[in-house]
Design a protein around this ligand. Structure first.
Ligand SMILES: *Cc1c(COP(=O)(O)O)cnc(C)c1O
Length: 391
């Protein structure tokens, strides 16, 4: 174990009791208290290790506490942590240039989370088109603030908070005709995840995104790709859109962007941009966040993590398809964004894996989501599959 005080397991109980007393109980948490990590492994307060196939929900793409990431954050923290967007800083300009290069888009706007990125994309679509409405798809997840919640599918997330920005606008996923039918003269944009994350790791057919692109072009509707979960190498490309060759008008990013440091952004193609005063975020693109993101991008490049995501993802899916676990309906995904659909709820398996040193999570009740750091190796993948087979 590294670091200062080694907490005794009695601290485990006291931490959980404090949470129960003082933190709003909106999360259903597993009963472990995590305190350190490196690479694909996290440790709890009693020193038990877990192979982390949650990775902060597709956030820790470069692994936990990568030395180059830690160093860059330390260095920037000693220099300048935050200044207002009334002024320029070098990390922000540098990161914007790099993102334009990686995404092929023209300009970016920086914010601090996925939901904020979706809000920005929706505002940009409205102000660009002068239209108000959105078409979204079933099983979508775009965030929890009022705008992004409006285009998020699940009733249990939406219903307590109505009225939202817009009522029903959902059409089935992977059905481009349904999108064509849903677009009206009020539609500003269509918003889709190129692979659905929270909705159960749903990979659409090859032509889907191309067909939506054509429909949007024909009707003068903007196309927004929500790449919050699929970005930064997760699917074996920098961004998932590259698998289809389709360019959106606006794209969102967040989760893995800062390597674990909270950060989000949108990027838009030439000709689509906010004008002065149309949008802002106090913390958006702070020097510290940008330094973290720049370091994370550098690690992804230097360690060849895009290719690795592809290779380890293929290996992982191959092992999962051949494992002996009862009730597996489907193994799907791209790169290291993998879903294992079961014929039953997966809560028990998640619990068993946790007790046996593997963190996984469950999405859409029956889908085990596997999204480890892109640095995972074959030995660790084999260990995960072994535990799943015993489950
Ligand atoms: C997680 C997620 C969001 C919301 O991101 P937050 O940072 O939690 O607000 C939005 N869109 C997609 C596709 C996501 O996976």
């Amino acid at each position: 174990m590294t670091g200062n005080t080694t907490l005794q397991s009695s601290d485990h109980g006291s931490i959980i009791r404090k949470d129960a007393k003082y933190v709003m109980q909106n999360y259903g948490r597993y009963k472990i208290v995590l305190s350190s990590g490196n690479g694909c492994v996290v440790r709890d307060v009693s020193g038990r290790e877990y192979i982390d196939c949650v990775a902060g929900i597709a956030v820790n793409n470069i692994g936990h506490c990568h030395p180059k990431h830690v160093e860059a954050i330390k260095e920037q923290a000693e220099k300048l942590i935050h200044v207002s967007n009334l002024y320029y800083t070098e990390p922000q300009a540098e990161l914007a240039e790099q993102l334009a290069g990686i995404t092929g888009m023209s300009r970016v706007f920086f914010c601090n989370s996925g939901t904020e990125a979706v809000e920005a994309a929706m505002k940009l679509a409205r102000v660009t088109t002068g239209k108000t409405d959105f078409v979204a798809v079933e099983h979508s997840f775009h965030g929890r603030t009022m705008g992004s919640l409006s285009v998020t599918y699940k009733d249990i997330y939406r219903n307590p908070f109505k009225p939202l920005v817009q009522e029903e606008m959902f059409v089935p996923y992977d059905d481009s005709d349904a999108i064509a039918d849903a677009i009206t003269d009020k539609t500003a944009a269509v918003i889709v995840e190129p692979i659905q994350g929270e909705g159960g790791i749903n990979v659409p057919s090859d032509r889907y995104l191309q067909d939506i692109r054509s429909i949007c072009d024909e009707t003068g509707t903007l196309l927004i790709f929500d790449e919050v979960q699929t970005g930064f190498g997760r699917t074996g490309k920098w961004f998932c859109k590259e698998h289809s060759g389709v360019e959106p008008d606006i794209m969102t990013m967040a989760k893995a962007m800062g390597g674990g440091f909270p950060m989000g952004a949108i990027a838009a193609r030439e000709g689509i941009s906010f004008d002065k005063g149309q949008h802002a975020a106090t913390f958006g693109g702070s020097p510290l966040a940008c330094a973290a993101a720049l370091a994370s991008i550098r690690v992804i490049r230097e360690e060849g993590l895009i290719k690795r995501s592809q290779e380890m993802g293929d290996y992982f899916m191959g092992r999962l398809r051949n494992m002996s676990l009862d009730g597996v309906v489907d193994v799907r995904g791209r790169g290291l964004m993998i879903g294992v659909e079961l014929d039953r709820k997966c809560a028990d398996i998640v619990e068993y894996c946790m007790e046996n040193g593997v963190l996984l999570n469950c999405t859409s009740e029956k889908v085990l989501r596997i999204a480890p750091p892109l640095t995972i190796n074959k030995g660790q993948i084999d260990s995960v599959v072994d535990v799943l087979e015993q489950a």
